[in-house]
Design a binder for this molecule. Structure first.
Ligand SMILES: [Cu+2]
Length: 415
């Protein structure tokens, strides 16, 4: 019975993967969103399978080889039943020899226990045919932000991560630090490396993502990886000129750097590596940068503003010189921007006020500021405080005290 189910699942996965591969090679598919798993009654629960599809390892969820985006709130429990459905005899080579197809999960960046059944990558290990039951307790005062999960069996994790066994985790509550993000359309971008070392289409794929012919940096290695975004090569991401969106980007490559740049517009950084900037510096909740280095496993969460539709614009990574013995880490296009109507309700491009544009505030927000009436800056801070007040009402007393000790709340908020 179980064999029949596995065979059926494998066949479906092969079909889905062939379809998704052909879709991703055909240029300029729209950026897909991963399926999402959310909390119910303070528990986020899912079943995840390790499978091998067309010779590559993958996570399967709901009968498709697409890893889900996991959403969980501070104080909740993340329960994952993780089935190792990898073949007994792997078609792939790992660090030293043929892969043994052991697997487990690591929850990268989460401040949780390293003991089983939580983030334990040493004792929790599944051979093919075995299952692991994770119960990860997220502390009530866990900072909000972007985290990620990937496999972590020593000697095999590089191959498995490079094959794409990774997914995003979002801890809820960023709007408590940067209220504007509550109103922005969020996109989660999982950037993975894809090996082209033995791929006969390698040169074509390099051209497809605009890897320059000249060498990047001082290393001697050939370019043997390109990047994908949510499993797609060079997708298009929809945005309207002037529209603000909240992009949460994880570098889920096995060992490559990103130096992220969005043409024609700065990144307004909200959080780095799962830590809101406002957590330590409430007076300066965001910081702008023209480009930003995001190391392997690093995360960048930023508000982006759609540039002018008159020019082609891309999300790209710049060349990173990793030194004479390092990997060739060239610049390339991660995604193109597709200019569309705004997805934000009631959106109008921000107008100039008193000769100065005030990015980020949408029409109804201007109205709120008019109601407060005493200057954009002061009102904006009041509005932030009001959101914090609402946020604190639904959080634990401990989190509340924590916020107060950092000077987050002053006269308006009560715990
Ligand atoms: Cu990790």
């Amino acid at each position: 019975m179980r064999n029949q189910v596995v065979k059926k699942t494998s066949l479906l996965l092969v079909i889905l993967t062939v379809l998704s591969l052909s879709a991703s090679v055909a240029q300029n598919a729209l950026l897909p969103d991963a399926p999402e798993v959310r909390s119910r009654h303070h528990v986020t629960r899912l079943s995840l399978h390790a499978v091998n599809v067309n010779g590559c390892d993958a996570f399967a969820f709901n009968d498709a080889a697409v890893p889900p985006l996991i959403r969980v709130s501070p104080g909740a429990i993340l329960k994952i039943d993780y089935f190792n459905d990898l073949p007994l005899h792997s078609p792939e080579h790992c660090a030293v020899e043929r892969c043994m197809d052991m697997t487990n999960l690591h929850f990268h960046g989460l401040a949780v226990s390293p003991n089983a059944p939580q983030d334990d990558v040493l004792d929790m290990m599944a051979k093919p045919g075995e299952v692991l039951h994770y119960e990860v307790r997220i502390p009530g005062d866990h900072p909000p932000g972007l985290f990620w999960y990937h496999t972590h069996p020593h000697g095999e994790s590089h191959r498995q991560t490079l094959d794409g066994m990774s997914g995003a985790i979002v801890i809820a509550g960023m709007e408590g630090y940067v209220p504007e993000v509550r109103h922005l359309r969020e996109r989660v971008l999982v950037v993975r490396g894809r090996s082209i070392e033995h791929d006969p289409r390698g040169d074509k794929l390099k051209r497809q993502v605009n890897v320059p012919p000249q060498k990047c940096g001082t290393g001697a290695d050939e370019v043997d990886e390109i990047f994908t975004v949510n499993g797609t090569i060079r997708p298009r991401i929809e945005i309207a000129p002037g529209e603000r969106k909240f992009w949460r980007i994880v570098n889920a490559s096995a060992d490559r750097y990103l130096d992220i740049q969005l043409d024609g517009t700065p990144l307004e950084i909200v959080a780095l590596d799962g830590m809101p900037l406002a957590y330590h510096d409430p007076e300066h909740p965001t910081r702008t940068a023209d480009h930003l280095l995001v190391v392997s496993a690093g995360r960048l969460e930023a508000i982006v503003t759609g540039p002018s539709a008159q020019a082609h614009a891309a999300l790209r990574t710049l060349c990173v010189d990793t030194g004479p013995a390092g990997d060739n880490n060239p610049g390339m296009v991660l995604a193109d921007l597709a200019f569309t109507q705004s997805e934000s309700k009631g959106f109008k491009p921000p107008a100039a006020r008193n000769g100065q544009s005030t990015p980020g505030l949408q029409t109804d927000e201007y109205r709120k500021i008019e109601e407060y009436g005493s200057g954009v800056h002061c009102s904006f801070h009041r509005r932030q405080e009001r959101f914090l007040h609402q946020w604190l009402e639904v959080h634990s007393r401990r989190a509340c005290d924590d916020q107060r000790s950092r000077g987050y709340i002053s006269t308006l908020a009560h715990c």
